[in-house]
Design a protein around this ligand. Structure first.
Ligand SMILES: Nc1ncnc2c1ncn2[C@@H]1O[C@H](COP(=O)(O)OP(=O)(O)OP(=O)(O)O)[C@@H](O)[C@H]1O
Ligand SMILES: [Mg+2]
Length: 596
């Protein structure tokens, strides 16, 4: 752990931010602090009571019966004390954990809410695994700040102070003698804390790597098996696992050394106590000597109590520190301002469908422009086809129209208004996008089609499916519309997934349709269905189609040809062919390929 991360434990500002999340549960929070205080003061009472009892019994010269009665009372009081202490401890543990979990849930919801609204470019630079770790593991560690870290540490410190006070009150000289081995305990605790901390960090890093590795390799299993890379990947996995194991063993080593050392120090303290007390007793007369026995018993009990929190305090500091590091990381996500918000004055407005690009320039990464001075116009209800080589910026154009990315230069207008004038909700709800690679969520087909929009009844879904011609296919799946799509739709073919995404677009009946046609070839039966679906979808609707199929391109009202982010040709199929330029060349190549 770096120096900087070490300081986090004392980072009051960060702690304050975490505690802001506990505000709704302020009552419980204060209750836990009060309970901690109560426990600290209450626990040393029992040993003191024993001391009192022993003294009383040893010095009393009354008859046996009254002594027995006294002992009975004391025993009852002890039992009541014990009961109160146990009940308070239970309440304290329960409340701090309860608090931690409430806070964790609230933070997690807020973080996911944040992630849902982040600009897409944030996901280009943040690995998915990292965001998963933030929302799951890191937030879990924040729980520990409450359940095992901050409040319990305060409770422990309070009880150490109270016990020491009780010891000094009983016999300050004996207390000092018992404390002689304490410097060793402090050194041992410090060394232990440092060592365990290092291993903790290593364990966590190893777990993060393990997570990322397994996640990625299961996603890419097809490639691994197809290229028989199993052994190489296994070796890599072994190496990461070894790191994980070594880090854990280091931590276990520190624990196994520390706890016996603490026991030895406690034993030395006890030894000193008995030695000095006994030595003193030698010089006293019988009654005084017996009176001292009460002190010794009380001290033995108090010493045990004193060591209990000291044994675990190093551990708790580590937990607190880890929690703080995690909290800091989570706050970075919460502080991310890169979420697209509506521009002030944006309105919900019905879209007719005219789209115009005026001198639009855009780059994903500063300094590498992807679109340059782009100009074109699509009239409402017409279809624009975009053609161009791979990487020419076709998909980028459609990302800009739904404002998934924000263009930097020029203006994009819909119905004559800059797209920023529309609220994101109204803009995106009126544009349906069929992407190049279709993403399906695990869940039923129906949920995937409606995206859980309750305003779309199943009857309408079935009607639309019949129009597209995949109703029979969906019905043929086990469970029909309730067929459980496995992760990313792995059990469906590319063509089937494509058709499902067409159906999804049709259901939302958008003013504008954006279609990023997949290049993959499908069987001729599916091909016919896709053709039909595209015709159906684009008919009378403003459509921007990134087209690879000649038939789709040919039907477009207008075609633009992109090359390296520049518009190099524009026209209809006929005019562009007549021009004998880039487009004509591409078509010729395509026809040759199709002819084969
Ligand atoms: N998220 C991103 N971050 C950075 N660069 C990107 C990103 N997405 C695309 N690019 C780059 O922008 C350029 C245009 O990409 P785009 O996806 O628009 O191409 P395309 O014309 O759709 O290609 P294809 O026909 O292969 O789908 C490419 O050079 C690509 O590397
Ligand atoms: Mg593309």
């Amino acid at each position: 752990m770096s120096k900087e991360e070490k300081k986090k434990i004392f980072n009051a500002q960060l702690l304050k931010r975490v505690f802001v999340f506990a505000k709704p549960y302020a009552g419980k929070f204060y209750l836990s602090v009060v309970l901690a205080l109560f426990l600290a003061v209450f626990s040393p009472l029992r040993p003191l009571l024993i001391n009192f009892t022993l003294k009383k019994v040893n010095t009393q010269s009354e008859e046996v019966a009254s002594v027995m009665q006294f002992l009975l009372y004391i025993t009852i009081i002890q039992i009541i004390f014990l009961f109160i202490e146990t009940a308070t401890k239970f309440l304290f543990t329960y409340i701090t954990s309860w608090l931690g979990h409430k806070v964790v849930k609230d933070i997690r919801v807020e973080v996911f809410q944040k992630i849902l609204h982040l600009n897409l470019r944030q996901f280009d630079k943040t690995p998915i695994g990292t965001l998963t770790t933030r929302t799951i593991n890191d937030i879990e560690a924040i729980n520990d700040i409450f359940a095992e870290g901050f409040i319990p540490i305060i409770a422990d410190l309070l009880s150490v102070i109270a016990i020491l006070a009780a010891m000094f009150y009983t016999d300050w000289r004996l207390t000092l003698i018992c404390l002689i081995p304490f410097p060793f305990l402090i050194v041992a605790t410090y060394l232990f804390k440092e060592s365990v901390n290092k291993s903790f960090v290593a364990v966590r890093n190893a777990i993060a790597s393990l997570n990322a590795f397994v996640q990625e390799h299961i996603s890419g299993m097809q490639i691994i098996q197809a290229f028989t890379a199993e052994r190489r990947e296994m070796n890599k996995f072994n190496a990461i696992n070894q790191r994980h194991r070594n880090a854990n063993i280091d931590a276990i080593f520190a624990y196994s050394v520390f706890f016996p050392v603490v026991e030895i120090i406690l034993a030395v303290s006890m030894g000193l106590l008995v030695w000095f007390a006994a030595k003193d007793a030698l010089h006293l007369d019988a009654t005084q000597a017996t009176a001292i026995s009460g002190n010794i018993v009380a001290f033995a009990l108090l010493l045990n109590m004193l060591f209990r929190p000291l044994r675990v305090i190093a551990d708790k500091f580590n937990v607190l520190q880890m929690g703080m590091v995690a909290a800091e990381r989570v706050m970075v996500v919460l502080d991310n301002q890169d979420a697209l918000a509506d521009t002030p004055g944006a309105v919900n407005q019905q879209i007719k469908g005219e789209i115009e690009f005026k001198h639009v320039g855009f780059s994903y990464l500063q300094g590498t422009p992807v679109l340059k001075d782009l100009n074109f116009l699509v009239k409402a209800g017409e279809t624009l086809a975009i053609v161009g080589h791979t990487g020419s910026g076709k998909s980028t154009i459609i990302q800009l129209i739904s404002r998934l990315y924000q263009h930097q230069e020029g203006e994009i207008k819909i119905d004559g208004h800059a797209i920023e004038k529309f609220t994101l909700q109204s803009l995106r709800s009126q544009i349906a996008v069929v992407l190049q690679d279709v993403f399906l969520f695990s869940g039923s087909i129906l949920d995937n089609l409606t995206l859980r929009d309750p305003s779309i009844p199943q009857s309408r879904v079935e009607e639309a499916a019949m129009m597209i011609g995949i109703h029979d296919f969906i019905e043929s799946l086990p469970g029909g519309y309730d067929y459980n799509v496995q992760e990313r739709g792995a059990t469906l073919s590319t063509g089937q997934r494509q058709l499902l995404s067409f159906l999804r677009a049709l259901l939302f009946n958008p003013a504008i349709l954006i279609l990023d046609e997949a290049t993959s070839s499908v069987d001729s039966n599916t091909e016919v269905l896709i053709q039909k679906a595209i015709d159906l979808l684009t008919k009378g609707r403003t459509s921007i189609v990134i087209a690879h199929r000649l038939s789709t391109i040919r039907k477009a009202h207008k075609i633009i040809v992109l090359e390296g982010g520049n518009l190099i040709e524009e026209g209809t199929h006929e005019t562009l062919l007549a021009k004998q330029g880039s487009y004509a060349g591409m078509i010729e190549a395509q026809m040759k390929k199709d002819g084969d």
